[in-house]
Design a protein around this ligand. Structure first.
Ligand code: 4NP
Length: 154
């Protein structure tokens, strides 16, 4: 299973999603590949936001090595699932992937927890520190749902 997490800047939400899902995958001994990207170019090459790094670290997850990259159309072919962390991100993925867009592969992450509700992971970028903790909590629950929903049960 190859999973790509996508937000706007690839510095606040999707680095958390990458780190949290990778941590769960490792702890379960799954052979999944998890990566993240952003639809915008403002922060390409930058590490995750210091407050995303801080909240991840408080939960024992190190995301400091990550570097922001931009989503590209080829990602649609290279990943089995592309999770958009919000609806505006999903629209931008459609735009950037053009004819390669595949509606079976691109999903809203929060649908894993709340199917049919089309919820977003709130963007902590514009607000104070508690927003990053809230984002962590909701992303952690969504990633747990991803593991449950995509692991074959025996
Ligand atoms: P992210 O948050 O999409 O969760 O990484 C943002 C980061 C930067 C900007 C917007 C959202 N920005 O406008 O620079």
């Amino acid at each position: 299973m190859k999973i790509l997490m996508v937000c706007l800047g690839n510095i606040c939400r999707s680095p958390l999603a990458e780190g949290i899902l990778q941590d769960k995958v490792k702890k379960r001994g799954l052979q999944w590949i998890v990566d993240s990207a952003g639809t915008e170019r403002y922060h390409i090459g930058e590490p995750p936001h210091p407050l995303s790094q801080k909240v991840a670290s408080q939960h024992g997850i190190d995301i400091s090595h990550q570097r922001a990259r931009r989503f590209k159309a080829a990602d649609i072919d290279q990943f089995d699932i592309v999770f958009a962390l919000a609806k505006d991100v999903l629209e931008e993925i459609k735009h950037l992937s053009a004819s390669r867009f595949n509606a079976h592969k691109v999903k809203l992450l929060m649908e894993e927890l709340y199917p049919g509700e089309e919820r977003d992971v709130p963007d902590p970028w514009y607000g104070p520190e508690p927003g990053y903790q809230d984002a962590y909590e909701i992303i952690e629950r969504a990633c747990e749902a991803v593991i449950q929903n995509y692991t074959i049960k025996v």
